[in-house]
Design a protein around this ligand. Structure first.
Ligand SMILES: [Zn+2]
Ligand SMILES: [Zn+2]
Ligand SMILES: [Zn+2]
Length: 138
């Protein structure tokens, strides 16, 4: 996403395009994968942790980002698609972690994920997959 694109997107979500918001979204959108808390802090050292934490939470509330919590309690953040809103933040995709480079990405499946469960009403599905990513595989 370009800076202009990011600013437009913030506007549609009724958020002011502050320096930290634009910088944070630029990093995440340019990487095209999920970004860890640590990586965010390392790339945006000029902002303090609390401000970063608040900004991340604002983005999660507004349906711009979603959080991926891994087993070792490491948090990753990834961009939502444009359909996510404050009220509807539902994902039907798989989170994939590469066993070699440890990078996390969102994988959209071609078909909606069907669990074949009829006894309960499922709102959200969290699927974590691991293996070898395209970069490490080639
Ligand atoms: Zn979302
Ligand atoms: Zn990899
Ligand atoms: Zn995701």
């Amino acid at each position: 996403m370009t800076v202009t694109g990011i600013k437009k997107m913030l506007k549609t979500r009724n958020l002011r395009a502050t320096e930290i918001r634009v910088a944070l979204l630029e990093i995440i959108s340019n990487l095209g994968r999920a970004v860890s808390n640590q990586e965010i802090q390392n790339s945006l050292i000029k902002f303090d942790r609390i401000t970063l934490y608040r900004t991340l939470n604002t983005f999660i509330e507004r349906g711009i980002l979603h959080k991926i919590i891994l087993e070792d309690n490491k948090n990753f953040y990834a961009l939502c698609n444009l359909e996510c809103t404050t009220d509807k933040h539902q994902h039907q995709h798989i989170h994939f972690q590469c066993n070699q480079c440890k990078e996390v990405s969102c994988l959209e499946s071609k078909e909606p994920i069907e669990l074949g469960i009829s006894s309960h009403l499922v709102d959200e599905i969290e699927i974590m997959a691991s293996g070898t990513c395209q970069d490490c595989y080639n």
